[in-house]
Design a protein around this ligand. Sequence first.
Ligand SMILES: [Zn+2]
Length: 272
Amino acid sequence: MKILIMTDMEGISGVVVWEQVMGGKPMYEEGRRLYTEEINAAVRGAKAAGATEIVVVDCHGAGEGWTFNSLIPELLDPNCEWVAHHPWSRYTELLEQGCDAALFVGMHARANTPDGVMCHTISSTTWRNLWFNEDLVGETGINAALCGHYGCPVLLVTGDEATCREAKEILGKDLPTVAVKRGLSRYSARQIPPVRARKMIEEGARQALELKPDVQPYVPAKPTTITVELSTVDTAANFQGRHGVEFIDPLKLVSKGEDWMEAWNQIWSWKT
Ligand SMILES: [Zn+2]
């Protein structure tokens, strides 16, 4: 059984402010330790359920050389391998080979979610809203669509309560989730301590992979329209003149493709 674990840092227990997720800040060292140990919990759960190949992909942009490179190598569970510093949402090797399930750990809610701790969609300064056809999505939706393109279901999402709610909206009510905190605002939360949160995640991963709940791969209807609402007019330049991309007002663009991947490729670059 091949398992892909896609991870982010904002949805980890104990992490509530940018200083804990930005490389070079003193608090970042605490954040990355909490991050690594919560990933290890999911690896243990996957292993206990019978996974034979577990690949962890660090999807957190911590800045500079820390971007997609926040996990502490020597603390990582030896039962996994991990992908560091690869362009965001572009690691597809395992999916191409035929991946049985994906687990998303430490996710945060999409932009403009009042109880979403550090909520944003890709970039807190560039993207305001993102839709796949009629679905308003955040990063959980993007990564689920990437997995769905290859027929791989997402069987666990962890993060704060807002993230879990958002994930069920996209992937269905049967999706197993583990909420490790409840956002009280964008930068505060009532939390479950890491030691207990890790047990919940380990158990959640094991159960999800053993019981295989009825969660279908997320495949937006074809042809697919992706709509992006930008935060500021100057960021529009990044998307102007691209094949398949059309502006419908100064801050809103649409990308149309035969399927989700074609529409996504027209707007999402390979740069880190
Ligand atoms: Zn992140």
